[in-house]
Design a protein around this ligand. Sequence first.
Ligand code: FMN
Length: 189
Amino acid sequence: MASGESCTILVGSLRQDSINRAAASYAAGHLRDHFTVHQPELAQIPLFNQDVEDVGYPAPVGALKRVVSESSLVLFFTPEYNYSTSGVLKNAIDWLSRPFGSGSLVGSVVAIASASPGSRGGENAREHLLQTCSVLTDRLYKVTLGIPNVTELKAGSLSEQHSQLLAHWLEDVIEFSRQPEAQAQKMSS
Ligand SMILES: Cc1cc2nc3c(=O)[nH]c(=O)nc-3n(C[C@H](O)[C@H](O)[C@H](O)COP(=O)(O)O)c2cc1C
């Protein structure tokens, strides 16, 4: 049963049959026992433009920032594109990072995962995203999860083995998010 706490899950792939989307769906199902889970789509988020920001956040951006601000836990599932995270996700994070120093992720536990057909589980994407997020929250969960060798989905889902890997990591993330320091910081932010 969901508690009063919220979790937001963001996926850096817009692809319908995305393996990261499949991993995020599994995570949402797992986390619903502990959180009210939100899965906003990033397809409608415009490219970051500081001139637009100066006038006011576009509606999809405002909605995204609200739901993330209210979440004590934020999970990113990123594909690896050209040795880094996806532009879709980085663009959303650029909006979320604003205003500088008090963006939407401040006080949230942030955790990062990547599913990949490769053997390194999107390691470069995870490392770059970790670096980005390190300045956006004090509650970064530094143990990222690589889900390697995901070459196919079965009926749109991860294999049992990959699901178990993800479930174990999610339990560690939940335990981290339950530490009093994590809760106190979100409440005071
Ligand atoms: C533009 C592009 C660049 C990619 N670059 C990498 C890469 O640097 N390293 C890697 O392991 N896979 C790379 N891939 C393969 C992706 O990891 C693979 O397509 C993955 O399934 C994408 O995630 P998704 O299924 O969630 O959309 C790339 C794919 C695309 C489309």
